[in-house]
Design a binder for this molecule. Structure first.
Ligand SMILES: [Zn+2]
Ligand SMILES: [Zn+2]
Length: 272
């Protein structure tokens, strides 16, 4: 089993067309490809406009039909805490993600750049990472009652520019408490993702979430799915083998797989 439910195309901020993505998926031996274009955030041109969303839906459903004998294609969307969807139709699954925080009516993305991250930390949170971390996970936890969301994306995105632990340590008790409280909120309700996207784009060497949080997810019996948050077809399977090894080493015995009847759990040894 090879599955990737977190992928972006030229309809949002991805490099390739949906067809190029489907071709790459077939070439790389995927069984399941889900498209998760960025749902409309009016202030961000990397998301899909309402008109684009209609065209995206049509195109993905056409591809689903065309490829049905070679590849299972699913129509999804990545919704954002800045702009909740509130509905699921016509999507077959929804990823809920937190990318940004607001202060005094201004929104800034925590994953935009190291410079923006430092600006937010210094001017919004007075250099106190604890305040930043608290606000971030509070925003993440808002998705607790999002009935439309199946998967919560990159739960610790706030660590994107902190792999060197320049801003805070991954095992800092304050940080770990905030992050694990957020995991607790979703345990038993949502699927959390193991996301290699930042590796393919050169920002990180390890996936989201950090290993200690992944271990905690296992202890809490959280359902997971492996994705590459793909923005470039070449990296559709970015670091899948080594990440799968890490998932197994944490003790996971299964991962969630999307079917026409919703998510099922499949034995971890079935995946590659
Ligand atoms: Zn995202
Ligand atoms: Zn994404």
């Amino acid at each position: 089993m090879r599955q990737n439910l977190h992928t972006h195309s030229t309809w949002c901020d991805g490099k390739n067309t949906t067809r190029e993505m489907a071709e790459a998926a077939v070439r790389k031996g995927f069984d399941i490809l889900g498209f998760s274009g960025h749902a409309c955030v009016p202030s961000w041109d990397g998301s899909m406009s309402v008109d684009d969303t209609r065209a995206y839906v049509r195109e993905v459903l056409e591809l689903k039909e065309e490829y049905k004998d070679r590849l299972k294609i699913y129509l999804g969307i990545e919704a954002d805490t800045e702009s909740r969807l509130l509905f699921k139709e016509p999507f077959e699954y929804v990823i809920g993600s937190c990318h940004s925080l607001a202060r005094d009516g201004v929104r800034m993305a925590v994953d935009y750049s190291r410079g923006v991250f430092e600006f937010m930390l210094d001017s919004w949170y007075h250099g106190d990472y604890r305040e930043f971390v608290r606000e971030y996970y509070k925003e993440v936890r808002r998705m607790e009652n999002w009935e439309e969301a199946d998967i919560i994306g990159h739960i610790d995105l706030i660590t994107k520019f902190n792999e060197d632990e320049a801003f805070f340590r991954f095992d800092d008790p304050y940080y770990v408490k905030e992050a694990t409280d957020a995991i607790d909120v979703f345990a038993g309700k949502k699927i959390l993702e193991v996301n290699t996207g930042a590796i393919s784009r050169g920002y990180r060497k390890t996936p989201y979430p950090a290993r200690n949080l992944l271990q905690y997810m296992k202890e809490k019996n959280v359902r997971i799915t492996l994705t590459s948050d793909c923005h470039n077809a070449e990296y559709l399977d970015c670091c899948y083998p080594e990440t799968l090894d890490m998932i197994k080493a944490c003790g996971f015995r299964s991962m969630a797989v999307l079917t026409e009847n919703g998510f099922i759990d499949m034995d971890i040894d079935q995946f590659r």
